[in-house]
Design a protein around this ligand. Sequence first.
Ligand SMILES: [Zn+2]
Length: 422
Amino acid sequence: MTFIDQLAPYAIKHGRAQGVLPSLIIAQGILESASGTSELALKANNLFGIKSSSEWPGDIYTKRTAENKNDGTVYYIDADFRKYPTFEGCVIDLVQKYTHGTGRETSNRYEAVLNQTDYKKATAAVKASGYATDVNYPEKLNKLIEQYDLMKYDKGDGNVVKIFIDPGHGGKDPGAVGLGLQEKVLTLKISQKIRDILQNEYSEVTVKMSRTSDIYLTLSERAKLANAWGAELLLSIHINATPSGYGYEDWIYNGSVSAMTTKVQSAINAAVIKSTNWRNRGKKRGDLAVLRESKMPALLTESGFIDNPDDAKLLTDNAFLDKVARGHVNGIAEAFGLKRKTVATDIPGPSQKEDEELKFSSPSLKAETEVSLSSKARREIIVAAAIKAGAHVSWKDKLKNNTLTDADVLGLAVKYTIAVNK
Ligand SMILES: [Zn+2]
């Protein structure tokens, strides 16, 4: 069994469940443990150099570790590392670090590592968090991910929700027409907006469309495509017609339907009305082919009346179409419990693999340090000295913006051997 075969099941199990890409975990394991041949990997199943701390209830492996003084001299210390029965423990701890942060800061500096779908963004976020000293760390990880095709471990259905969007009509069938508008054009526009919002703003969701251009498909073909893909929702987008009508309505099949079908209808109906402020024509049931022939929960929505002057005016307004799309998305997100993507922030971190925890030899030293850290003047001195000693200049911006935590200052002081206390 190769090292990757051994590590992959744990990376998939714990990474996917917590929004950490398995490819990232495996590449870090390869790089940091030299594919499981490092002393820590062989003696302690510890692939990521995870240090022990007072809360660690498990076994400890003590290892001589080289440290560099600021003047370049090397000295050795005995460092305590966590010893695990299998690789699984260290994967759990690495994932926990990404999801919970260091515990020494008010915000999680690894936030941007989470819920990525692109491994390059994940490795860049690891670098930005200050995880490793090596400036080439993300490039090395990217190379390993590509070399061993580790992206394949990121795929798989897992918890990913498959949403099939069907823009009504198309090609030779324009659908309803009126007041210079064609239903097939509007349904495609709204569908594309729904797809884009879902993909850009939500994690663990994947979208497929019955058509992305002006082509003709029968109703049965649309249902068949959704069935073949194994969609969890078929959402068919339409615009209504008849000059006397206005507002929004939606349809589910009038035969037997799953509880999820009615849940989706209720959620989308409420969310579209909320977002558009349209008159609610109601949650309806009917024998429509695309609903009848699809195997999964299916909903057909009718957003406004193309030949009603008030609705038509709204449908020519791009900002209003955004509201229509967002209403649909909000309903889908609620019904399926979709998670929002976390917004990536670029946090310049100390260019070292941070210490797991800082130990103080006495409570008075701890108190004295905390007082010093809260002094603005002292913070400025520490940051200036750290930059002079090689820390990234962006630390100065963080100081100015008041985004520098006590732990950051302490980290800089420790790394660049600057006295914290006056
Ligand atoms: Zn239609």
